[in-house]
Write a protein that binds this ligand. Structure first.
Ligand code: ZN
Length: 500
């Protein structure tokens, strides 16, 4: 296994460059002064170039071929076979896109981001349209180089959700949509929930302290991670034993920091839960963005917005914020944090309407990429879909087609992973409870050890060993589906809104 060991060492070096870039990226968003931006961009470019050259170089190719020959006869379920399989997938993807296209894309997205920021601030889609045209064109080229069997969108989707096909997403979304539209309409006919208690005065230091208390209970390991403030909440990892999350505060909107912290901790628990024996290898990573999001959504929504959770944690929250919550009963608070209301902005959407925002983007992306929708017509198409799905029309493009950062970074194919993860969160949760009924009793006591152990064993420890579809099949005994999530939503929100 000499070639295999050498390959493993080389992949570790490439991984170290990636995690070093993650440190620089984290610093950029948390602490770097504005003056550091230009040199930081150069540092990223240099490290990215070195990593790319190492990844696709002749030496890596030779080691990979040698390692493949060495593991050829071994058990396909072994660590060695899994590592070589994942390394081959990464290598093939990396060599398929010509370096000039990678460079052109990097420049276009750096520039595109600046143009988008300005266009959104001025709510002027026309400023952004030529950039969108350019990025769509480059993405089509990327898709052609990567290759696909059925639809061009498959190649882009595969970058974030390996092995997933557009048709499969369409199938899952079609089921989901019919169930959701009905529920949204019934809720919309009810009197709106008053969530003003969440807009009272909440001291930031007290918010931070309560959030840390909750995520320690969840199992976030502060000896192998930390939390800092940033403009946008995110989770990043410098390795299994150093996982960073960030949060932001709004003194007059309690859910922003609290639910954001629980969400990012869901991501962090996944990263802290990879198998120790995989450290330094490409197996020590998430199966896909969808699987990653299944973890954050499970903790944020299924756990963190449940009545069971607040039965235990609400008295502590009241003690933390006596002025704001002393006279607010649990039911009022629970209903407030679960208010359903069709809204314009995806990132602020509730559990019921969120997936409609994703379906809209998925349909728009496919149409833009295959040319059946022109860039010029895109804002009208967006507004028409908003009216159709959510019954509201954006007053301007800043609150419509320009709201998300993704397209300015050419991240076409990314959006579906948010919904795939959301659906998977309910599917996994059902299976966890079926496998270990004691989890429900533990949750009622505010204990999360049983749930976390199940997730560790079934989802976290396998890392990237399996393609997401294979992981779901292995763990749940069925493919990804939407009925677990629809059942979850119907049970929770029909009770909450007093519907049949
Ligand atoms: Zn997330």
């Amino acid at each position: 296994m000499e070639q295999y060991e050498k390959l493993k060492a080389r992949l570790a070096e490439i991984g170290h460059i990636g995690t070093s870039m993650a440190v620089l990226g984290w610093d950029q968003q948390c602490y770097m002064p504005p003056g550091g931006a230009a040199e930081r961009a150069e540092q990223f470019a240099t490290l990215g170039k070195i990593a790319h050259e190492l990844s696709v170089g002749d030496e890596t190719r030779r080691l990979l071929e040698g390692a493949e020959a060495e593991v050829a006869g071994s058990d396909p379920g072994s660590d060695e076979a899994a590592l070589v399989r994942v390394a081959r997938r990464d290598f093939d993807k990396a060599v398929k896109i010509p370096t000039e296209l990678v460079t052109e894309m990097a420049k276009a997205t750096t520039l595109g981001h600046e143009i988008w920021v300005k266009a959104r601030a001025e709510s002027d889609y026309k400023q952004f349209a030529p950039t969108l045209e350019k990025l769509l064109d480059l993405s089509r080229q990327v898709a052609e180089h990567l290759g696909y069997d059925d639809q061009r969108y498959d190649a882009l989707l595969d970058q974030y959700e390996p092995g997933m096909k557009t048709r499969e997403v369409e199938r899952v979304f079609a089921d989901l949509k019919s169930g959701l539209v009905q529920l949204v309409q019934e809720i919309a006919a009810q009197p709106p929930i008053d969530d003003s208690v969440l807009r009272r005065d909440y001291d930031e230091a007290a918010q931070l302290a309560f959030g840390e208390y909750v995520i320690k209970k969840m199992g976030f390991d502060f000896t192998r991670g930390r939390q800092d403030r940033a403009v946008h909440p995110f989770c990043t990892s410098f390795g299994r034993d150093d996982v960073r999350i960030t949060t932001r505060f709004d003194r007059n909107w309690l859910p922003m920091a609290l639910m954001g912290t629980i969400h990012e901790t869901g991501h962090a628990l996944y990263e802290q839960g990879f198998d120790p024996k995989d450290v330094g290898t490409p197996l020590s990573d998430a199966a896909s963005l969808g699987v990653h999001e299944s973890q954050s959504r499970l903790w944020e929504n299924i756990i963190g917005r449940s009545r069971t959770f607040w039965n235990v944690f609400y008295p502590g929250l009241q003690r933390q914020f006596p002025d704001a919550l002393e006279n607010v009963n649990l039911n009022t608070f629970y209903r407030a944090i679960n208010k359903v209301e069709p809204s314009l902005i995806r990132v602020e959407a509730d559990e019921v309407t969120y997936n409609l925002h994703i379906m809209l983007r998925f349909e728009m992306e496919k149409a833009l990429l295959d040319g059946s929708l022109s860039v010029a017509d895109a804002p009208d198409a967006w507004n028409a879909k908003m009216q159709e799905y959510l019954g509201i029309t954006p007053p301007d493009d800043a609150q419509g087609i320009l709201q998300d950062v993704h397209w300015s970074g050419a991240s076409f194919g990314y959006f579906p992973t948010y919904s795939l993860g959301t659906l998977l969160s309910a599917q996994l949760y059902d299976k966890a409870l079926a496998d270990n009924p004691a989890i429900a009793e533990e949750l009622a006591r505010g204990e999360f050890g049983g749930l976390l152990s199940w997730l560790r064993e079934n989802v976290h420890k396998p890392g990237r060993r399996y393609l997401p579809a294979d992981l779901v099949q292995r763990v749940c005994g069925e493919p990804a589906q939407s009925h677990s999530y629809l059942k979850y939503l119907n049970t929770k929100f029909r009770t909450l809104y007093g519907l049949a």
